[in-house]
Design a protein around this ligand. Structure first.
Ligand code: DX5
Ligand code: ZN
Length: 232
């Protein structure tokens, strides 16, 4: 069965931070489906990016769903602040210090939608116990911390395993793919089961109107990809 067309989510990490509101509007006008905010604390990953203040500052520039991708050690302490700042979906890492069940309780209590992410080296088994409580599983296809890295094809079998596990639940759970998604890798990520595809440098490396870039990425995603076995 051909999977439905994927959603495109704009990662603003590679946008021009000197005019972040404009950059959010540019992605919105370009036709993406959501805005992806990469939150880094300098501990969980070796980079410091944005927090609830920046999230709130750009919230008024688009009515698209905001996906807060929390690459932080202590998500529990920040769930309410990202909810109040206008995040619609709050995604935390299963490798974070806080117990996932407690973080999910807090996200549910905040009235926002929960998501769980896993790093490339983390097995799919780590998120399976939480599938009945999340709206999205975010599969990292780069080691988190920076935009512009190469897509890790070795993660594809795990992505397919996460997709299969999600389908077995019968629930509507999105499978996100984050890192190195571009016109060359998007079809493979989609064919392996990705339904929400995060694009950063592949989008913001374009000046001006982003609509042609978004259309090109959507077209590339629709191309039947060689399966993993055909490539190897
Ligand atoms: C990396 C972030 C990604 C990244 C995506 O840690 O989670 O969202 O910004 O950027 P590209 O698409 O350039 O890999
Ligand atoms: Zn991200």
């Amino acid at each position: 069965m051909t999977p439905p067309p994927p959603q495109l989510s704009a990662s603003i990490l590679n946008a021009d931070f000197a005019r972040l509101g404009d950059e959010v509007r540019r992605a919105d006008a370009g036709g993406v489906d959501s805005i992806h905010l990469d939150v880094m604390d300098g501990h969980f990953v070796d980079n410091l990016t944005m927090g609830p203040v920046v999230t709130g500052a750009v919230r008024g520039h688009s009515s698209l769903p905001f996906h807060a991708h929390l690459m932080i050690d202590r998500p529990l302490a920040y769930v309410d602040r990202f909810a109040e700042a206008g995040s619609d979906l709050i995604v935390f890492h299963v490798e974070a210090a806080d117990e996932p069940g407690a973080v999910l309780d807090a996200i549910e209590a905040s009235g926002r939608r929960p998501g769980i992410a896993l790093n490339p080296e983390t097995g799919a088994d780590a998120v399976l116990p939480w599938l009945d409580r999340v709206d999205l599983v975010l599969v990292m296809t780069v080691h988190p911390g920076w935009g512009g890295q190469a897509f890790m094809t070795e993660v594809l079998p795990k992505l397919a395993a996460v997709r299969a596990a999600v389908d077995r639940t019968g629930r509507r759970i999105e499978v996100g793919v984050d890192g190195g998604v571009n016109a060359s890798t998007i079809a493979t990520a989609h064919a392996a089961g990705g339904s929400v595809l995060v694009v950063g440098s592949a989008l913001y490396s374009t000046d001006g109107d982003l609509a042609p870039t978004v259309a090109a990425l959507r077209a590339a995603a629709a191309v039947p990809a060689q399966t993993h076995d055909e490539r190897t």
